[in-house]
Design a protein around this ligand. Structure first.
Ligand code: AIR
Length: 170
């Protein structure tokens, strides 16, 4: 980077510095290291389909700024769908959805500390307020989240900002 490019010297979002290349198509977030095993089927499914992905641990409650930063920069980096899994008071899918126009698929996860066997995280993800939608797969439904992400990506044309295809004529 040369002195003649001062605008390139400041990175407004520190999280961007962690990524050398363009982002993957699917960003996977989990609220804790303890969720890793349950989200692994999503990574496997995406890898089997050769869909680029990344996995980050980001807690909506323990690192809200990190979630805001991730959500604010994901589309800029090329991410097209976000999968977010968390247990307990699972705010992560909704919190990241508040910062991005990308579709967010929530995965309610069981944790050793779950109430009602994971119903706590199901309700936290499903009960989003009007205007901020989050899709929700089944409890521990990481593989389904990846399949749904693949279907969204397969709609063609990319997202957001690309024009719709012309209407089908008889
Ligand atoms: N969690 C972490 N921050 C906010 C939430 N809801 C969730 C994690 C995990 C559970 O809390 O997603 O499922 C327990 O996390 P830990 O780190 O205590 O094992």
């Amino acid at each position: 980077m040369s002195q003649a490019e001062p605008h390139l010297q400041e990175v407004p979002f520190p999280i961007l510095e962690e990524f050398e290349d363009a982002g993957p198509l699917v960003g996977i977030l989990i609220g804790s290291e303890s969720d890793r095993e349950l989200i692994e089927p999503a990574v496997e499914e995406l890898n089997e389909r050769a869909i680029s992905n990344e996995l980050q641990v980001l807690s909506a409650h323990r690192d809200p700024r990190g979630v805001a930063e991730y959500g604010s920069t994901a589309a800029l980096r090329g991410v097209r769908v976000i999968i977010a899994g968390a247990g307990m008071s699972a705010a992560l899918p909704g919190a990241v959805a508040a910062y991005t126009e990308l579709p967010v698929i929530g995965v309610p996860l069981t944790s050793s500390k779950s109430a009602a066997g994971g119903l706590d995280s199901i309700l936290a993800i499903v009960q989003m307020p009007p205007g901020v939608p989050v899709a929700c797969v089944s409890l521990n439904g990481a593989r389904n989240a990846a399949i749904l992400a693949a279907k969204i990506l397969a709609q063609g044309g990319g997202y957001p900002g690309t024009p719709s295809p012309p209407p089908l004529t008889a």
